[in-house]
Design a protein around this ligand. Structure first.
Ligand code: C2G
Length: 152
């Protein structure tokens, strides 16, 4: 059984994440996702929309994912590789050459897969922020709008 491991935040899950997980699973038989905890995201300077439990639940619903474990620090990777008998660590190409991963070549096969263009969690957040209100009305009715509608 070939065991694959990948790391990430996977916030506001999107098709870039799904395509990464699908290709990672295709490299072996068992895919482990080490999911960044809120505490670790603070270290990475990331603020997530969904908390760890929600992001974990969503990943566990994906057919390519066999196990989700917490990613709590930068230093746990060698321990993860040994503990879960990992053969391949897979990351998106934005991590290629990073000192956070390149030392793992001594412990397992490292594979970097092309990142999916045109989508990212930060793009989703900024696009939604920029969305102009329709006809000057907020898309998400507030309670006063409900009352106004009911009154008319
Ligand atoms: N990804 C991708 N295409 C995108 C967006 C993301 O292939 N359009 C990949 C990333 O390269 C990464 C994985 O999906 O391999 C998860 O992306 P993030 O949740 O943004 O993870 P990141 O913040 O890069 O955390 O220790 C490593 C870190 O935990 C990785």
């Amino acid at each position: 059984m070939k065991r694959v491991l990948t790391y990430g935040t996977f916030d506001l899950l999107h098709y870039g994440h799904i395509r990464l997980l699908k290709r990672a699973k295709a490299l072996g038989d068992y895919l482990i996702v080490a999911l960044s905890t809120e505490e670790f995201n603070e270290i990475k300077g990331k603020k997530t929309y969904h908390n760890y439990e929600t992001r974990k639940e969503m990943l566990e619903a994906i057919r390519y994912v066999d196990l989700v474990i917490p990613e709590e620090n930068w230093e746990q990777k060698i321990n993860d590789i040994e503990k879960y008998q990992v053969d391949v660590v897979v990351m998106g190409s934005d991590w290629a050459g990073s000192d956070k991963f390149n030392y793992l070549d001594d412990y397992c096969e490292m594979v970097y897969l092309d990142r999916t263009d045109g989508i990212s969690t930060s793009k989703i957040k900024s696009d939604l922020k920029l969305q102009a209100p329709i006809n000057g009305v907020d898309q998400i009715p507030t309670s006063k709008d409900d009352k106004k509608q009911k009154a008319s």
